[in-house]
Design a protein. Structure first.
Length: 194
């Protein structure tokens, strides 16, 4: 009933505006007619009086319609909130976010916890002891490497000694090239050494 009373009041206002426009048009036409044209002038004045009566009647009806709207609005439950227009939503629906959150909480979180526990346990087990045979083998390799290093040092010392002897021999013989010893002389020298 409230909506019907509001619709009636709206229609009465539209009719009143139309009647007022018609009256102003008639008044303008009356002011443009000359005083010598009496019949036209009398007709326009009669139409203006009819329009004024119509405007007065519409004003009374509008006042009654306003009262009806006020009475209908006073009835409990007569007023209601008009439905909101549906606005199209851009992007994914809200259910997507809800389902995504549920998936993260119930699927991804337990997987992350299990993975982190596995990493913690693996870090605790990393310290392995070497077997005894491997330790013995490494010790033997270390001793062999030390022995090779000592022998290489001896070879290096011998080579330095021989080089020094040859350079001293060249100096003793002069600046020229050293002459090779004959094979018999070398053998004699070697036999004389004890």
């Amino acid at each position: 009933m409230l909506e019907a009373a509001r619709a009636q009041r709206s229609e009465l206002r539209n009719q009143l505006e139309n009647a007022e426009e018609r009256r102003s048009d008639l008044a303008q036409e009356l002011s443009q007619t000359s005083s010598g044209d009496g019949a036209t002038r009398a007709g326009l004045e009669a139409r203006i009086r009819e329009t004024d009566a119509r405007i007065l009647d519409l004003d009374k009806q509008l006042a009654v319609a306003d009262q009806q709207v006020a009475q209908a609005a006073a009835v409990p439950g007569a007023t209601y909130e008009p439905p909101r227009p549906i606005v199209p939503r851009n992007g994914p629906p809200e259910e997507f976010f809800v389902l995504g959150g549920v998936f993260i909480i119930f699927v991804m979180m337990p997987m992350a916890i299990a993975f982190s526990r596995r990493l913690w346990k693996r870090a605790a087990i990393v310290s392995h002891e070497m077997p005894a045979e491997m330790t013995d083998r490494l010790n033997r390799m270390e001793q062999a490497i030390d022995a090779v290093a000592v022998e290489l040092e001896r070879v290096g010392e011998g080579q330095r000694y021989v080089t020094r002897v040859f350079t001293e021999q060249q100096r003793a013989l002069g600046a020229g090239a050293a002459e090779p010893l004959e094979v018999r002389q070398r053998e004699a020298i070697q036999q004389s050494r004890p």
